[in-house]
Design a protein around this ligand. Structure first.
Ligand code: AMP
Length: 290
């Protein structure tokens, strides 16, 4: 595996590979890699000849009171994991390399970013779309792979790629979970054993909501209330949002008439966790990408 830190080196390498007829797959990450990330890399390998993984804790997507400084980092562990799954190129730029003096450009997706995480993290998605657009320009991949755990991010990036005529396919990968159901996340490392137990309320509440809907409940308010009650019955939890919305526009729904996204953001102690599921329909991931 090649480990590159300079943008021009990655650009040259990717250009050579493209000219040699290879297809390129990109997996953007913030590192502290877990099995969910590694699954994205395995899927990228199935879709492309060469897999590039970026590891960059992107300051632009953290708000001033958020956890940029304390976000977990493990450069050598990450490189070993990426090497073991057969990644070809690891790109680990510095903040200065990505945002040199004088940097002043942003990419903004409008409506989709106003919902869900965008309400409490108003600058987050500009940071995400800007860094992902830069990574797309640097590597010019044929495909890029993202997790459905960050459902809104996946829809926002798909929208950006379409709107800006970025010539690549966005592949969405189902959420990878711990055996007890907790969605894997780099931030799980911050949970104490007791908080780790409480954090199971996210997945449990998704399962409860699914059960209610499968048994005929169609009122979003009822489902939302049941989910909130279950979450708040666990210690150390504070709800950021529980939202039932249209899986394409992310606009709130009142009645579950078609496939609906249930998305959650919950603080467990100081750690903000997200999870989601689709309920009550036949939509598959490809539909949200087109
Ligand atoms: P992050 O390092 O948290 O920015 O995540 C990098 C990529 O991995 C994003 O596309 C995430 O959606 C994806 N990802 C993170 N956690 C999971 C998970 N548990 N299952 C699947 N994909 C994930």
């Amino acid at each position: 595996m090649e480990v590159l830190e300079r943008i021009d080196a990655v650009q040259r390498r990717c250009e050579d590979l493209r000219l040699a007829g290879k297809t390129l797959g990109l997996v953007p990450t913030m590192g502290f890699l877990h099995e969910g990330h590694l699954e994205l890399m395995r899927i990228a390998k199935r879709h492309a000849d060469v897999v590039i993984v970026s590891i960059f804790v992107n300051p632009a997507q953290f708000g001033p009171a958020e956890d940029f400084e304390t976000y977990p980092r493990d450069r050598s562990g990450d490189l070993e994991k990426a090497r073991n799954v057969g990644v070809d190129i690891a790109f680990l730029p510095s903040v200065r390399e990505m945002y040199p003096d004088g940097y002043q450009t942003k990419v903004t997706v409008d409506k989709l970013t106003k919902h869900l995480c965008g309400l409490s993290r108003p600058t987050h998605f500009d940071g995400v779309t800007t860094v992902v657009a830069k990574l797309f320009n640097i590597t010019k991949p044929h495909i890029a792979v993202f997790g459905q755990k960050d459902y809104q991010q996946l829809t926002v990036i798909s929208r950006m790629a379409r709107d800006l005529n970025m010539h690549l396919d966005i592949v969405g990968v189902p959420t990878f979970r711990e055996p007890d159901g907790l969605a894997m996340s780099s931030r799980n490392t911050h949970l104490s054993p007791e908080q780790r137990r409480s954090a199971l309320c996210l997945k449990k509440s998704l399962d409860l909501a699914r059960h209610l809907v499968e048994n005929g409940e169609r009122r979003a308010q009822k489902v939302k209330k049941a989910v909130e009650d279950l979450i708040l019955s666990h210690p150390h939890t504070a709800i950021d949002y529980v939202t039932l919305c249209d899986p394409v526009t992310l606009e709130d729904v009142e009645t579950l008439e078609a496939e609906t996204l249930l998305a959650l953001a919950v603080k467990v102690g100081k750690t903000r966790l997200i999870d989601n599921c689709l309920m009550g329909g036949t939509l598959n991931t490809q539909d949200i990408l087109t």
